[in-house]
Design a protein around this ligand. Structure first.
Ligand code: BLA
Length: 316
């Protein structure tokens, strides 16, 4: 559905345009997340071959229905990364970044997740290495990926304190080092956020570089299903849904969520949202439109300094 498409940056022209300094239009707004994207792509190139994703052909940039807000999509892959993609939204009153990296199913690596929403004076932030497998029930997984990262997590969760109650279901997708925070805009907060993003991304790249490929088909299947479940959750219940719908209309927003942001839903598995999350089935068999069945909880950070979960146990 390319009606709103205005231009299409492929991976090569991305770097070319970058050099020409196409940022002059953005200087009117205080915050831009462009430098976050540039950092992450450069960091990836330092460690790995970065190839354009086939998605780049279909998803370039577009202008929203208001005729002003600009959405820019970038997508790549790498030998160990199934999909590295970002969307940035730059409007007069809104700046958004959703940056994610999904490993290939041969790796049980966490998923990199940087989600920043800025409007007026408000910032809503989630930055995490989202665990592929449950960190409470799979001790080995927590030990392998998170125990050594607790000092990093503690440093930034002190500077960027817990954002208060959130959709209870989301907590299962977060790790003990998640940064979940809200703040009003200030130069120093945005500098801290940029440092946190850089350090979390560097850490994720190092884990990716060091990871040992799984060769056991049942383990690979398990990784694939876990990633599919994650994608299925976010494509259906992501909090960005409403904003995207407002900007580009429901049809394009749905396409963007399923086929770009959380691409892989049709390839990595065949289970449906209700197979994974049956509690969302409403009486007529459709998916309950509410974001949460349980409601909001976790007023305070539900992990201790060692990364042990200390919230009410909602896991089954
Ligand atoms: C709010 N975004 C939130 C909240 C969370 C997240 C936890 C608080 C509200 C809630 O508890 O649901 C983010 N939730 C996540 C993430 C995961 C998750 C990253 O489960 C991953 C597993 N946010 C975006 C984008 C937009 C956006 C791209 O990432 C807009 C295009 C908007 N997020 C947005 C808005 C709110 C929000 C407007 C406040 C409104 C609300 O609470 O729903």
């Amino acid at each position: 559905p390319p009606s709103l498409m205005t231009s299409n940056l492929n991976a090569n022209s991305y770097w070319r345009k970058r050099k020409k300094g196409r940022n002059c239009l953005l200087q009117a707004s205080a915050i831009s997340y462009q430098k976050f994207i540039h950092f992450a792509l450069n960091e990836t190139k330092r460690h790995s071959l970065l190839l354009p994703s086939p998605l780049q052909e279909r998803y370039g940039s577009m202008i929203a229905l208001d005729g002003k807000t600009r959405l820019e999509m970038l997508s790549f892959e790498a030998p160990r990364i199934r999909l590295l993609r970002s969307i940035s939204i730059e409007g007069e009153a809104m700046q958004v970044l959703d940056f994610a990296a999904f490993p290939k199913p041969e790796f049980d690596l966490p998923i990199f997740c940087g989600n920043f929403f800025t409007a007026a004076n408000t910032n809503i932030v989630v930055l995490d290495l989202n665990p592929l497998h449950d960190v409470s029930s799979r001790r080995g997984y927590k030990e392998r990926y998170y125990d050594s990262l607790m000092p990093l997590g503690l440093k930034y969760t002190e500077l960027l304190p817990w954002g208060g109650k959130l959709t209870s279901e989301s907590i299962k997708f977060f790790s003990p080092i998640v940064i979940w925070t809200k703040f009003s805009s200030s130069k120093s907060k945005h500098e801290v956020l940029y440092s946190a993003f850089m350090e979390y991304y560097k850490t994720w790249m190092e884990l990716t570089e060091q990871a040992v490929e799984d060769t056991d088909p049942s383990q690979i299947r398990c990784n694939r299903e876990a990633q599919h479940r994650y994608l299925t959750w976010r494509a259906e219940k992501d909090p960005g849904h409403g904003v995207l719908k407002r900007l580009i209309g429901e049809k394009l927003a749905k396409d963007l969520l399923r086929n770009f942001l959380f691409s892989g839903i049709d390839e990595l598995g065949s289970k449906t949202f209700l197979d994974y999350f049956p509690e969302y089935r409403s009486e007529d068999g459709a998916i309950n439109e509410r974001r949460s069945i349980i409601g909001k909880s976790f007023e305070t950070r539900p992990w201790d300094a060692k990364g042990e979960f200390v919230g009410n146990d909602l896991r089954k």
